[in-house]
Design a binder for this molecule. Structure first.
Ligand SMILES: Cc1cc2nc3c(=O)[nH]c(=O)nc-3n(C[C@H](O)[C@H](O)[C@H](O)COP(=O)(O)OP(=O)(O)OC[C@H]3O[C@@H](n4cnc5c(N)ncnc54)[C@H](O)[C@@H]3O)c2cc1C
Length: 369
């Protein structure tokens, strides 16, 4: 008999209660470089105990259950305050691309080893001249017999130096319309000609890397999906990125509790109290909206992404304001203010989310191309 979602939920909650002390702190979608060893060990523990890839086929290391089972696991992890997976790039983006578009050989090579954290993935999409407008990317992949020769530069690659595999979007036809000349590849990060250089952020940390490709020889078998059809592959896997609404409600509840405690024990100025009340009201409205959404990914997730990251930006600024002049110099409030803008940029900027909401939800005219 197949385990029901509720049975799985109870088993996961019981396992997490005794194993959560082995988990790194809950870092969100992508494991930061300083936690990668802990994150890999945690993913292996999850895999060895049968909670990794619950919705993936058993022949590829999964448990052959449904996305609803996986959703319950993600929610239980959110309740326990632990990451549900080493990183979203591996399980959702690389795993989704290989599962949907990969050959049998690529599935054999990558799926089980992604679940067991032997393959740790990074995302090589953004470039200095292509971020929101990813279709403008210019890193090139030129076919040469049974290989592609890669030249160009990627940027903002989270955890690039801690990854042994990457998913890469590169241009394979410079004469086609911009979205029609792109292909999607898997790439081993240790190939000769790949140079990974950490970028220092204003927080002092280095979570991202620039990645330079000089005459990198990539075997043609690592092309995923059709030649020049990489845009479709990329968009299909990025859409998978959304849809953990249930877990985001739990995360949001935690944030609202922590926000409410901002006012306790400190004498807030009237203006700060008003600001806090406004942020809490918005957060409560987002929670209500998420609860009516159900677990299905939709354009409305742009509303959640926009709303929550803008709210968290406001909270970081309010914390700094409450802490006073010292917060400008050092400590967690200063770091919070400096890292908050990143949330409004990663995974589609706030402006881009507003465009999506305007065009697809409100039915406004499309922006001029
Ligand atoms: C924390 C974090 C992690 C990331 N991790 C990765 C990663 O692992 N791999 C990867 O490939 N990339 C990653 N990125 C990069 C991210 O995808 C890009 O930063 C993002 O897509 C924006 O692109 P950009 O930085 O080039 O800015 P641009 O696209 O140049 O935007 C500049 C400004 O113009 C605005 N703008 C752009 N287009 C429009 C428009 N049509 N309408 C209105 N305003 C517009 C933007 O909102 C922004 O304010 C990460 C970014 C962050 C912050």
């Amino acid at each position: 008999m197949t385990e029901t979602v509720e049975e799985l939920r109870s088993r996961a909650a019981a396992w997490l209660a005794t194993n959560r002390q082995h988990a790194p702190r809950d870092y969100g979608a992508i494991c930061p470089p300083d936690l990668v060893n802990e994150g890999v060990a945690w993913q292996r523990l999850i895999y060895n105990n049968g909670f990794a890839g619950l919705h993936w086929p058993t022949e590829h290391g999964g448990q052959g259950l449904t996305p609803a089972h996986h959703g319950a696991w993600v929610e239980e992890c959110a309740k326990a305050g632990v990451p549900p997976v080493l990183n979203m790039v591996g399980l959702v983006l690389a795993g989704g691309a290989v599962m949907t578009f990969g050959t049998d050989e690529l599935k054999q090579q990558h799926l089980r080893s992604t679940l067991s954290a032997e393959h740790v993935w990074c995302q090589l999409f953004s470039e200095p001249g292509a971020g929101s407008d990813l279709g403008s990317l210019s890193t090139r992949a030129d076919r040469d017999g049974d290989r592609f020769i890669i030249n160009g530069q990627k940027v903002w690659c989270s955890g690039g130096r801690c990854s042994n595999w990457g998913i890469l979007m590169a241009r394979t036809d410079f004469n086609a319309k911009k979205h029609e000349g792109i292909s999607f590849f898997l790439i081993p990060m240790d190939l000769p000609g790949i140079d990974v250089r950490p970028l220092k952020q204003m927080t002092g940390e280095s979570e991202f890397d620039e990645v330079f490709f000089t005459d990198v020889e990539l075997p043609a078998e690592y092309l995923i999906g059709p030649l020049n059809g990489g845009w479709g592959v990329g968009m299909a896997v990025l859409t998978n990125e959304r849809g953990h609404i249930g877990a985001s409600v739990i995360g949001l509840e935690r944030r609202l509790e922590s926000m409410a405690s901002l006012g306790r024990g400190v004498g807030l100025l009237p203006s700060q109290r008003q600001e806090l009340a406004a942020l809490l009201s918005k957060g409560t409205a987002y929670k209500a909206m998420a609860l009516t959404q159900g677990p299905v990914a939709s354009t409305a997730s742009s509303l959640m992404k926009l709303g929550i990251t803008e709210m968290m930006f406001g909270v970081a600024m309010l914390r700094g304001d409450i802490s006073g002049a010292n917060a400008m110099l050092d400590g967690p409030d200063a770091v919070g203010m400096m890292s908050a803008p990143g949330g409004r940029i990663a995974g589609g900027t706030s402006q881009v989310q507003r465009n999506i909401i305007g065009e697809r939800l409100l039915g406004l005219p499309r922006e001029p191309k």
